[in-house]
Design a protein around this ligand. Structure first.
Ligand code: FE
Length: 234
C-alpha cells in the first residue's frame, strides 16, 4: 500500500461542536462534506471513542465552523488533541449559542453551519452523521479556508489517532522515504509535532538555531499547547 496516495486527497478543516444538557463537545474534523443540496445536508465521520460523538448521538445536533487558513494553531490543538471528557475545550474560546442551543465557535473561522442529524451510520471504528442545515452564517468575508494539506505542510500537523485519516507516523516516514536531518529533534508526545532546532518555531517567534533546552520555560507546543515536559528527544 502506498501511503502517499492518501495525501493527494484534499480536505478542509473544521471545528465540529455540539451540546447535550450542559455538556459541550467539539473536535477538529477533516472528514466533512456536503452530500445533498436540496435539502442541504452534510456528512461527518466521527470516531466512536470521541466524546463529541456521544454528545451528538444524544443531542441530534451538530454545528461546524470553517477554519481560516490563518487559524491559531493552539485553537486546533485545543480541539484536536485533547479530550473534552477531562478538559473544558471552550474556556477562553469565542463562541455563540445557535438556534438549537449548541455552541458554535467563531474564533479563527470564516463561516458556520448548524445541522440537525437526519441519519447516522455505524462504520466499525467510526460513525457517520448526516445533518440537514437549519442555520448558517458568515464570520469573515475575506480569508481563505484552511485545507488539510496546508496544515500538514505549514504547521507540520498530523491526524490525531481518532481521525478517520490517521496513519501511523512511522509508516508515513518509512514509506515516503523521509530522511531525517542529523539535527536535534524533540517530539511532542501528545500531537507528534517535532521541534527541530535548525528551524526553530516561527509560530511562536523562536529563531532558527535555538536548541530545545534553550527554549523559554513557558514555551508550549505550537500545535497542541502541551508544555515542554511533554517532549522527548528523538
Ligand atoms: Fe503537541
Amino acid at each position: 500500500m502506498n501511503v502517499e496516495t492518501y495525501f493527494k486527497i484534499s480536505y478542509g478543516l473544521y471545528i465540529v461542536t455540539t451540546q447535550s444538557g450542559n455538556k459541550k463537545g467539539g473536535y477538529i474534523a477533516n472528514t466533512l462534506f456536503q452530500v445533498t443540496s436540496a435539502p442541504p445536508q452534510f456528512a461527518i465521520s466521527c470516531n466512536k471513542d470521541n466524546y463529541t460523538a456521544d454528545l451528538i448521538k444524544q443531542s441530534g445536533m451538530f454545528g461546524f465552523s470553517v477554519l481560516n487558513e490563518k487559524a491559531n494553531p493552539a485553537l486546533i490543538g485545543n480541539f484536536g488533541y485533547k479530550s473534552g471528557r477531562d478538559f473544558d475545550k471552550f474556556a477562553g474560546v469565542n463562541y455563540f449559542t445557535g438556534k438549537s442551543g449548541i455552541p458554535i465557535v467563531t474564533d479563527s473561522s470564516l463561516a458556520w453551519f448548524e445541522c440537525k442529524v437526519t441519519q447516522s451510520y455505524e462504520l466499525g471504528t467510526h460513525i457517520i452523521f448526516i445533518g440537514e442545515v437549519i442555520d448558517n452564517g458568515i464570520i469573515e468575508e475575506k480569508g481563505k479556508a484552511l485545507t488539510y494539506s496546508y496544515y500538514r505542510e505549514v504547521y507540520k500537523g498530523f491526524s490525531p489517532k481518532n481521525s478517520p485519516t490517521y496513519i501511523e507516523k512511522e509508516k508515513i516516514e518509512a514509506l515516503s522515504g523521509v530522511i531525517k536531518q542529523q539535527a536535534e529533534v524533540w517530539q511532542c508526545q501528545l500531537c507528534h509535532y517535532e521541534y527541530e532546532a535548525a528551524k526553530g518555531d516561527p509560530i511562536s517567534g523562536i529563531a532558527p538555531g535555538t536548541a530545545f533546552l534553550d527554549l523559554p520555560d513557558d514555551w508550549v507546543c505550537p500545535i497542541c499547547g502541551a508544555d515542554k515536559s511533554m517532549f522527548e528527544k528523538e
